[in-house]
Every structure is written in structure tokens, then in C-alpha cells.
Design a protein around this ligand. Structure first.
Ligand SMILES: NC(=O)c1ccc[n+]([C@@H]2O[C@H](COP(=O)([O-])OP(=O)(O)OC[C@H]3O[C@@H](n4cnc5c(N)ncnc54)[C@H](O)[C@@H]3O)[C@@H](O)[C@H]2O)c1
Length: 254
């Protein structure tokens, strides 16, 4: 491994690490040598962590609902305990999606999406940074979206949360980049995960429209995000901060 990408001995917290994109990015960080705590909503998180340990990785699971403020505090404290009181890398890959036309969008779902996708990310970043700032070192990686760049359809809360993630990432970078913390966002394109089950249905006319616009000729997978996650978690990205990096098979350029 090139030393620039070596993260052996580093400690990471990866939310959403039980499945989808977060699972693959957590796996990538472990493959690059990192110890990882994964966070997920269901008790399955323990089994996923145990399966990683069975493969020889250092991985611990913490269950919690990041949509509830007290839970975010508890999850962070518990994760820190598992990591021996230190954290070098925070990767926030949890998120939810709710679909309704804007005029019918239920306000309870608006609150839920904003709490899970945006407010919890800020709290986790703030808590991680308090530790990172003391040692003058840290890598914070948020997960934005194509909806950080354009509005999408039937997803007002999700689009607002992901626009917010892009701005939050830039703001946190302005506050912390001069003090040793790189703050960047990965903006995945259209990825084949459970979150996109509705769009991936070939009966849905948007499936063809989206697919045709992807120059790479296919939807993305979690494996496509491993490289950028390792880059942003490692010394290779020491002079990269405040960036929103699309990993979209060329979608935005078209
Ligand atoms: N799939 C895509 O095309 C796509 C595109 C752009 C951005 N993203 C973003 O990538 C991230 C991961 O998406 P995915 O496709 O892997 O989704 P997914 O639905 O497969 O996984 C979501 C993860 O978030 C966790 N999660 C959800 N609600 C939570 C809560 N209240 N508390 C704690 N954890 C919670 C789940 O346990 C799960 O591990 C999300 O932030 C999503 O918005 C996805």
C-alpha cells in the first residue's frame, strides 16, 4: 500500500455501516488498516460487526436511532468507549428518504428526515471535532448527494437535508481546516441500494431516464465509494477540505 493511503492504527466511526454504501465504505477503511465502529438502527449491527471481526478486522457495533437527539449523544459516547476514547475519522453515511409530492409532504416526515440526515450529522461532527481539535488531527467525511446540486422530485425534505449537508461541510471546513481537521463530503450519484428501490424498479419511467444519463453506463455500488473514502480518510487528502466530491459515473457532467 502506498504510505499516503495507509490508515493502520487510525480509529473511525462510520454511521450507516450496517448496509448499503456505509457498509462498503466501512469495509474499505478496515481493508486499509483502520479500526471501525459501525452504527445502525437495528440489533443486526452486532452481527455485522461480528462478521467483520471473523474476517480479521477490528470492528465494533453500536445500535441507536440517530433521529433522536439524546440517542445521538449516547451513540457517540458508546462508540468512543469502544474506540478506547479516541477518534481520527468520522464518516456519516446514515440517512433516510421519504417520497411524497411537496404539497402533500407530511410535516412529521419533514422533521424526521431533517433530524436524521442533517441535525444528527452536525452533532456528531461537533462531538468528534472537540476530540480532534485537541490533537490537531482529524478527518470528517459527510455524505451528500446529487440532491446537494439539484432539487430532485418528490423529495423536498431529502433535498433540503442534502443541500444542508453540502453547506454544513463547507462551513465546518472553514472553522476547522486551519486546525488540523479536513472536512469533505462524498456526493454519490445514483447507486443501486435499498434506498433507491423505488427508482430501480424498471416499471418506473425515471429508471430509464436516469440510467440513460449516466455516462459510465451503469448505476453505482458501494464498492465505487471505497477509493474516495480511503482517500478522504488518509494523508493523501491532507490539502483537500471543504470539497463536495461527486462519485457519479459522470452524471453531473452531462
Ligand atoms: N443510494 C443512493 O443512491 C445515494 C445517493 C446519494 C446519497 N446517498 C446517501 O448515502 C447514505 C447511505 O445511503 P444508502 O443508499 O447506503 O442507504 P441504505 O438505506 O441502504 O442505508 C442507510 C443506513 O442508514 C442507517 N440509518 C437510517 N436511519 C437511521 C437512524 N435514524 N439512525 C441511525 N442509523 C440510521 C441504516 O441503519 C442504514 O445502515 C445516505 O446518507 C444517503 O442519503 C445515497
Amino acid at each position: 500500500m502506498h504510505p499516503l493511503f495507509d490508515i493502520h492504527g487510525k480509529k473511525a466511526l462510520v454511521t450507516g455501516g450496517t448496509r448499503g454504501l456505509g457498509y462498503k465504505m466501512a469495509e474499505g477503511l478496515m481493508e486499509a488498516g483502520c479500526e471501525v465502529v459501525i452504527v445502525g438502527t437495528s440489533a443486526r449491527v452486532e452481527q455485522v460487526a461480528a462478521d467483520f471481526r471473523a474476517r480479521g478486522f477490528s470492528c465494533w457495533g453500536v445500535q441507536g436511532n440517530l433521529g433522536q437527539r439524546e440517542e445521538v449523544e449516547r451513540v457517540f459516547a458508546r462508540s468512543l468507549e469502544k474506540l478506547g476514547g479516541d477518534i481520527d475519522i468520522l464518516l456519516t453515511s446514515h440517512g433516510i428518504q421519504r417520497r411524497h409530492m411537496a404539497e402533500d409532504f407530511p410535516l412529521e416526515e419533514w422533521d424526521e428526515v431533517l433530524s436524521v440526515n442533517l441535525t444528527s450529522v452536525f452533532i456528531l461532527c461537533q462531538k468528534a471535532a472537540r476530540i480532534m481539535l485537541k490533537k490537531g488531527y482529524g478527518k470528517i467525511i459527510t455524505v451528500a448527494s446529487m440532491n446537494s446540486f439539484f432539487g430532485g422530485q418528490m423529495i423536498p425534505a431529502y433535498a433540503a437535508s442534502k443541500g444542508g449537508i453540502a453547506q454544513l461541510t463547507r462551513e465546518l471546513s472553514n472553522d476547522w481546516a486551519g486546525r488540523g481537521i479536513n472536512v469533505n463530503a462524498i456526493a454519490p450519484g445514483y447507486m443501486a441500494t435499498e434506498m433507491n428501490a423505488a427508482l430501480l424498479d424498471p416499471q418506473n419511467p425515471r429508471y430509464a431516464t436516469i440510467s440513460e444519463r449516466i455516462p459510465a453506463g451503469r448505476w453505482g455500488t458501494g464498492d465505487d465509494l471505497k477509493g474516495v473514502a480511503i482517500f478522504l480518510a488518509s494523508g493523501a487528502s491532507d490539502y483537500v477540505s471543504g470539497a463536495i466530491i461527486p462519485v457519479d459515473g459522470g452524471y453531473l457532467g452531462k
